[in-house]
Write a protein that binds this ligand. Structure first.
Ligand code: BV8
Length: 244
């Protein structure tokens, strides 16, 4: 049964107004490239240069000055600062906009664009420039470094920590995700199973699992997320000041 904790799942929609493409919207990333060619271990084995070039371009875009955290990212930091319980943010996004906004207790379940990983010694290291087939691991000195990204067919990161956070949450919020990719898309079902009392969807449009949410608010993330945070904090301060 939940305590006064919140788990927030975010997807590409929260970063769209910061200038980053989503995946499945019209003109999104998966309409520009086939995911089988760039986001699977098989693709990396077959053509590492092509996979590097896909992620190098996204890493470069992320570091352009126009790309920065927006008011939705910042509203979640406000919630963390003002909410009395624990607020865990689980992101499917590989961008670093939550980090730059100052989010704490953040889980990057699909990895991070600004890191590289050595498949030989497993070192994960900060990597802001391009990766090539000749990029060497700073620890074991072998080449073959890969982007620190969870590809299709690989197990997402920190799943135990995510499930544990949901087991002691009373609110689950899903923001800017279409609900197509598992296990992230299954977290709403897990939240229900754990008796999470309030499940909220904030998105531009209904997701694949919208019917499972108790509360659904549709609009741009920079509008609906700050407004929802404000409403939640106001409800909270009213209920804590009213006599019991
Ligand atoms: C796993 C790499 C086992 C990172 C990504 C059937 C066949 C084969 C496989 C499967 C199958 N069924 C399930 C699977 C498993 C598979 C899967 O789910 N496939 C799907 C496609 C069917 N999953 C896996 O392989 C995962 N691994 O299952 O391992 C396991 C698991 C647990 C425990 C034990 C074993 C691995 C998944 C790895 C995913 N990696 N890509 C990268 O390059 O970035 S996926 C990719 O999709 C991104 O990472 C992204 O984060 C993720 C989710 O997408 P969204 O964020 O939702 O983005 P999308 O574009 O879809 O939606 C955006 C939404 O925002 C829209 O709704 C839109 O309306 C809204 N929006 C737009 N603008 C705004 C907005 N909202 C608000 N404001 C706006 N301005």
């Amino acid at each position: 049964m939940g305590q006064d904790n919140i788990v927030i799942l975010t997807g590409a929609g929260i970063s769209q107004e910061s200038g980053l493409d989503t995946f499945r919207d019209e003109g999104g990333i998966w309409s520009q490239v086939k995911l089988e060619d760039v986001a699977t271990p098989e693709a990396f084995h077959r053509d590492p240069a092509k996979v590097h070039s896909f992620y190098n371009a996204r890493r470069k875009r992320l570091q352009e000055s126009a790309v920065k955290p927006n008011n939705a990212h910042l509203a979640l930091v406000r919630l963390q600062n003002e909410w009395p319980g624990e607020v865990t943010v689980v992101t499917q996004n590989v961008d670093d906009l939550h980090d730059r906004a100052g989010t704490r207790n953040l889980i990057h379940m699909h990895g991070e664009l600004v890191k590289a990983r050595c498949p030989t010694c497993n070192l994960t290291t900060s990597w802001t420039g391009p990766l090539t087939v000749a990029s060497q691991c700073p620890s074991c000195r072998l080449d073959g470094l890969r982007p620190h990204i969870v590809w299709f067919g690989e197990v997402p990161l920190e799943m135990r920590r995510i499930y544990a956070a949901l087991e002691k949450a009373s609110i689950f919020v899903s923001i800017g995700t279409s609900g197509n990719v598992y296990p992230a898309a299954g977290l709403i079902a897990y939240a229900h199973k754990q008796g999470v009392e309030r499940c909220v969807e904030l998105n531009l449009e209904p997701s694949e699992s919208s019917r499972l949410f108790d509360e659904r608010i549709y609009g741009r993330a920079t509008d609906v997320v700050p407004a929802w945070v404000e409403k939640l904090l106001r409800q909270r301060s009213k209920s804590s000041s009213s006599p019991s």
